[in-house]
Design a protein around this ligand. Structure first.
Ligand SMILES: [Zn+2]
Length: 167
């Protein structure tokens, strides 16, 4: 059984191999978060099975790869917005389970900032936070909004507005 340090060691070696720099301290600063995706199968660079993929791009040589939402934290803060990926996956799962309900203000704000919602969507959502009963056409609209929000959250982790109450 690998301990945490050897997983970290493998992650570092793989990242260095994909970077221009040949030291971890420099290599980790070449990378930025591009988007996140959920896939049933796959592995992190550390060798662990993962479903929640965080895609990262190297700014110097344009290499891309993905790591899990735990390993992205091993970049010691060098990757901006990495601390949000876990919360984004949690929120995406929650919205996916109740697509006919209001997705919550943080999700709406992120998706609007990412350009995934129109003003008409925002007006539609206003006042529907507590409402449980929607007409069939309103339900379809709500589901459509939620699907766009899920895509918007995963495509734009940099626009995510974190839940400050948790910190
Ligand atoms: Zn990993």
């Amino acid at each position: 059984m690998n301990d945490d340090n050897s997983d970290k060691g493998q992650l570092r070696r793989e990242i260095i191999a994909l970077s221009l720099a040949d030291s971890w301290e420099e290599a980790k600063r070449e990378w930025g978060l591009s988007h996140v995706e959920y896939r049933d199968e796959g592995y992190c660079l550390c060798g662990k099975r993962i479903k929640e993929r965080c895609y990262i791009t190297n700014r110097k040589n344009n290499n891309t790869t993905h790591v899990g939402n735990e390993c992205i934290k091993h970049f010691d803060g060098a990757i901006a917005h990495a601390e949000h990926t876990k919360e984004i996956f949690k929120l995406v799962k929650k919205i996916d389970k109740s697509v006919y309900h209001h997705p919550g203000v943080r999700a709406v704000a992120t998706a609007y900032a990412a350009g995934c919602l129109s003003l008409a969507d925002i007006q539609f959502l206003a006042g529907k936070e507590k409402r449980r009963h929607l007409s069939p056409s309103q339900m379809r609209w709500m589901r459509d909004i939620n699907n766009r929000i899920i895509r918007g959250l995963m495509a734009n982790p940099d626009k995510y507005i974190p839940d400050r109450r948790k910190t």
